[in-house]
Design a binder for this molecule. Structure first.
Ligand SMILES: *Cc1c(COP(=O)(O)O)cnc(C)c1O
Length: 358
């Protein structure tokens, strides 16, 4: 049976990328050696990281002045690295609290400077994105989370900000065109939309760096990565390789405009089914619904059928649909690599289930 992976992360990757990556692990381009046993300073891997960086630049349409860094420690390490590198103890940074990940970023940042939480949707269990937030021009940066993986909300328009925006794009990186110019720093763990776990992409504008007075250990200083092309130490060669293959796939598909069209079509199908089907209920505010993670629960009166529906999804090859414990119900992660057929299969099961159990 064809299986579709709806997991939130590590998540689905294009089948062609997995196939090629598997070949490269055993015998890279006919060299007789696997890519992950070759020196990271050798010509083979150098070509891989250079292509990954060039593709990232091209797909994001990065202007001059931005660095592409390949780091480790997950998006979670960026929660402390950002304030550590960008914020002095007497300076203020503004954060918008839109979910679990934003909240964790706030918690870590408090150790490094003054943190102002300008808005939060916590009281509504993060079911929407706060709008019309006034951002102080005196603060150093504004931190936002573009897609809230756990609660299924996403900024459809980024807030206007008089200061550089720092953005966690872990779960919607390269899922749509983004004008990067308001952003001083963008970061994303690879395992949601780019590749395997183990590499974190950081896009940082040169003028953001070198303004803090504290001592930064080499491996926690963005400049170590920007001045050494992310090769100061051994980079995570395999995750970078697979990410490069995914970026090639995305470029061939037509880049961010083309993938946005596909992502919109998939999300539309799924949300239409959630709205039309009397047995299911979407949990996020309509205008903030995520094109990447759709959260829904059993509608009133049908709660007792939750376990049964989840069991049927598995029996039908639809994997990873159990919702995060903070929302309950179901979460369908429909990242770039999820084919429309997968979403159609899920909608069909939902329809069929409602007819049989209604
Ligand atoms: C998954 C996720 C993280 C955490 O990523 P790690 O790489 O596991 O540290 C942070 N932010 C968002 C938006 C996420 O989806």
């Amino acid at each position: 049976m064809k299986k579709y992976n709806f997991s939130a992360g590590p998540a689905i990757l294009p089948a062609s990328v997995l196939k090629e990556a598997a070949k490269g692990v055993v015998n890279y381009q006919g060299s007789g050696l696997g890519l992950i046993e070759l020196s990271h300073r050798g010509s083979e891997f150098s070509a891989v990281i250079e292509e990954a960086t060039a593709l990232m630049r091209e797909l994001l349409e990065l202007p001059d002045g931005y660095h592409v860094l390949w780091m480790t420690g997950g998006a979670s390490s960026q929660f402390f690295m950002i304030p550590m590198n960008l914020l002095n103890p007497d300076e203020t940074a503004v954060y918008i609290d839109t979910g679990t990940w934003a909240n964790k970023a706030i918690k870590e940042a408090k150790a490094f400077g003054n943190i102002e939480v300008a808005a939060s949707s916590k009281a509504d269990n993060y079911n929407h994105i706060p709008k019309g937030v006034r951002i102080s021009a005196k603060a150093k940066y504004l931190h936002i989370t573009s897609n809230n993986t756990i609660f299924g909300t996403q900024y459809q328009r980024f807030p206007k900000s008089p200061i550089p925006v720092v953005c966690d794009m872990s779960s919607d990186m390269l899922s749509r065109p983004v004008d990067v110019r308001p952003f001083g720093l963008i970061y994303a763990g690879a395992q949601k939309n780019l590749g395997p776990a183990g590499v974190t992409t950081v896009i940082v504008r040169e003028d953001m760096l070198g303004t803090v007075s504290r001592h930064l250990p080499s491996m926690l200083d963005y400049r170590t990565f920007s001045t050494n092309d992310s090769m100061y130490n051994t980079p995570p060669v395999f995750p970078i390789y697979v990410t490069m293959l995914t970026l090639r796939w995305l470029k061939k598909l037509g880049g961010t405009k083309a993938i946005q069209r596909r992502n919109k079509a998939k999300a539309k199908l799924l949300y239409q089914e959630i709205d039309a089907n009397p047995m299911f209920l979407g949990t996020a505010a309509r205008e903030d619904r995520s094109l990447m993670n759709a959260c829904f629960v059993m509608a009133k009166g049908y709660e007792s059928l939750e376990a049964e529906f989840l069991k049927e999804t598995k029996e039908n090859g639809l994997i990873g649909l159990k919702g995060h414990r903070s929302v309950g119900g179901f979460r369908a992660s429909i990242y770039n690599a999820m084919p429309k057929k997968g979403v159609e299969a899920l909608c069909e099961l939902m329809r069929d289930f409602a007819v049989r159990k209604g």
